[in-house]
Design a protein around this ligand. Structure first.
Ligand SMILES: Cc1cc2nc3c(=O)[nH]c(=O)nc-3n(C[C@H](O)[C@H](O)[C@H](O)COP(=O)(O)OP(=O)(O)OC[C@H]3O[C@@H](n4cnc5c(N)ncnc54)[C@H](O)[C@@H]3O)c2cc1C
Length: 569
């Protein structure tokens, strides 16, 4: 029935994941929950902390963490529960406030006390403010201690050979130089921007190479909170004629991340760290620099996400300026999109061709999200600074009020990215059975739930308070109302092909039926709609083969969706 060669003990593991960043760890958790043997190798020593650069975990990532059983731990490790989530804009951190987007603290949100921009988002897991510094250890502990994944620190990938039947990885201990080899059936490069895996398989990045340059300083200061002349915020954007930047509260107390953006005429080598921090803060504050990192804002996407048995995910596959907060989050979705496909092929209920769908689905999303992030950046840059922005007196006040109002009207899109969270659609997948309906057009801040194949299955709360996605099975799920007879036939056909299927009957849930407007909706293990119908397709076998990666002329639905998704922003 299947052309898949079963896993043998000749491999050290089925899937070798290079890089224990958030993307590699998410892939490890996903594979482990699917019962797949995987191993993570990480160049850093076990006690080396992550850089605190990423501070937003999207609602979609939180949904993924919920499924993997780690959402609660991630919530607890974020910004303290009573710390405001506001996004503020100021001339300097200790200067004039220009405006703010109010966001409640986690405890206010939990108690339903305060209204937030994202209150109406259809999810039990709102976006969460947590630094990568705290997120990575939580994910790593869950992967290794709870799910039993082996994570090898001090293991830098230095060589890779894909032999067709397996991949051999050469590893080096960065301290001792000692070398060893591991064999795996598949290797996934989750090794970040400078990916050694990407280089080893000859994949190139393409796009816009230098949108901005920033020195990000991780610092400790008790003074900063004490001297703040206004209410605390989670993130404060700094805009003035001398220096742009951003100050992020990491622990709600003394740890901060201070981004200092360079002007076009400045070089990293010529910038004095303390001087640029002072320009962002607007005063000389008592502080210690813990670490500083220089980075260039880009929009780059890999030309391939897969070569043979080697795959790329996360920053190894795409890099963009962190507007909208979606670099890591897109990588997390790469991980779970690839995870179920690898598991299905390794377990033998899908054919290896299924793995081609990973690049077909995720690479266009890399392009789309990278353009969205670049647009958000351009929007903010386009708001013209008035000359009197920092002036005293009525002229200055008027300038700040008018500028602040224009800025907020522009920025609201960046902090209400409901479309980026839930509105991503796979438009050209070979393993999705599209129908004649037009796909929803992607917009950063707009989302209309849809069961159109390629969309995230609509999430909705049930009458007993539970959420629909929590009822989905670990693999495919058929969501049914009315057509129970057809569902029974579907189940038998799925069994014949070894396709693991959970059937859930939503007939007694009117609000779900309203969203799931067709009586049969087939949802994949990554919560994407694979197919829907009023009744069984004319060729049920062909449909089941399509979603398992067996392409066929007579498979249900067209091989490619007939209409475009519309222009990217
Ligand atoms: C200033 C800034 C702010 C950001 N804010 C956000 C945000 O709010 N939201 C968001 O979603 N994203 C944000 N990002 C982007 C986010 O930080 C990255 O997208 C994310 O870290 C990518 O995760 P990753 O696991 O793919 O790669 P990384 O986090 O880079 O992890 C890669 C891992 O691989 C290891 N490694 C590297 N080479 C090797 C090798 N040869 N062998 C073994 N191991 C290796 C590294 O040590 C590292 O642990 C931000 C980025 C910046 C710069």
């Amino acid at each position: 029935m299947s052309t898949v060669r079963p896993a043998t003990t000749a491999y050290d593991c089925d899937v070798l994941i290079v890089g224990a960043g958030p993307v590699g760890l998410t892939l490890a958790m996903d594979l482990a929950t699917r019962g797949i043997s995987c191993r993570v190798v990480e160049a850093r020593p076990a006690d080396a902390p992550a850089h605190p650069k990423c501070n937003t975990t999207s609602a979609r990532s939180m949904e993924i963490f919920r499924r993997l059983g780690v959402a609660q731990q991630v919530r607890q490790a974020g910004l303290p529960a009573d710390h405001p989530g506001d996004i503020a804009y100021a001339t300097r951190y200790l200067g004039h406030e220009l405006g703010r987007i109010a966001m409640p603290s986690w405890s206010q949100r939990h108690r339903g006390e305060d209204r937030a921009l994202d209150d109406a988002w259809p999810t039990p897991e709102p976006q969460h403010r947590i630094s990568q510094l705290y997120l990575e250890p939580v994910l790593r502990t869950h992967a290794s201690s709870v799910l039993g994944v082996r994570v090898d620190s001090d293991s830098e990938l230095v060589a890779l050979t894909d032999r067709g039947t397996d991949v051999e990885a050469g590893l080096r201990h960065p301290g001792t130089g000692e070398r060893r080899w591991l064999r795996a059936r598949f290797v996934v490069g989750c090794d970040g921007a400078r990916s050694a895996v990407r280089k080893a398989i000859g994949v190139k990045l393409h796009g816009d190479d230098n949108l901005s340059r920033t020195r990000s300083v991780f610092l400790r200061s008790r003074d900063l909170k004490a001297r703040l002349p206004r209410a605390s915020a989670w993130m404060t954007w700094i805009i003035n004629g001398e220096r742009r930047g951003n100050v992020i509260a990491l622990d709600g107390d003394s740890l901060w991340l201070c981004h200092c953006t360079l002007r076009r005429d400045e070089a990293f080598g010529a910038v004095d760290t303390r001087a640029v921090i002072d320009q962002v803060l607007g005063a000389s504050v008592d502080l210690d620099v813990i670490a500083a990192e220089d980075w260039t804002g880009r929009r780059l996407v890999a030309d391939r996400y897969r070569v043979g048995n080697v795959f790329l995910a996360g920053d190894a596959a795409h890099l963009w300026i962190p507007y909208g907060g979606f670099g890591m989050n897109a990588g997390i979705e790469d991980a779970v999109s690839l995870g179920w496909m690898l598991a299905a092929v390794i377990k033998g209920w899908a054919v290896p061709a299924l793995l081609d769908a990973y690049e077909a689905e995720r690479r266009p999303i890399g392009e789309q999200v990278s353009r969205a992030a670049r647009q958000l950046f351009a929007n903010q840059q386009a708001v013209k600074l008035p000359d009197a922005l920092e002036a005293d007196g009525a002229a200055g006040e008027r300038a700040r009020r008018d500028f602040g109002a224009t800025l907020l009207a522009t920025e609201i899109q960046q902090f209400n990215p409901v479309g980026l969270n839930f509105g991503i659609v796979y438009a050209g997948s070979p393993v999705i059975a599209y129908d004649a309906a037009r796909l929803p057009v992607f917009e950063i801040d707009r989302y209309v739930p849809s069961t159109t194949p390629g969309c995230r299955a609509p999430q909705v709360q049930l009458r007993d308070g539970a959420w629909l996605h929590d009822r989905f099975g670990p693999d495919f799920t058929l969501v049914v109302h009315g057509e129970l007879q057809s569902a029974a036939v579907f189940r038998v056909a799925a069994q014949r092909h070894g396709l693991p299927l959970t059937v859930i009957d939503i007939s007694a849930e009117p609000q779900v039926v309203a969203l799931y407007d067709q009586p049969l909706v087939l949802v994949r293990p990554d919560q994407r709609v694979a197919w829907r119908g009023q009744d069984l397709p004319a060729n049920l076998e062909a449909l089941i083969n399509r979603v398992r990666g067996v392409a066929g002329r007579d498979a249900a639905g067209e091989a490619r969706h007939p209409v475009s998704t519309g222009a990217c922003p």
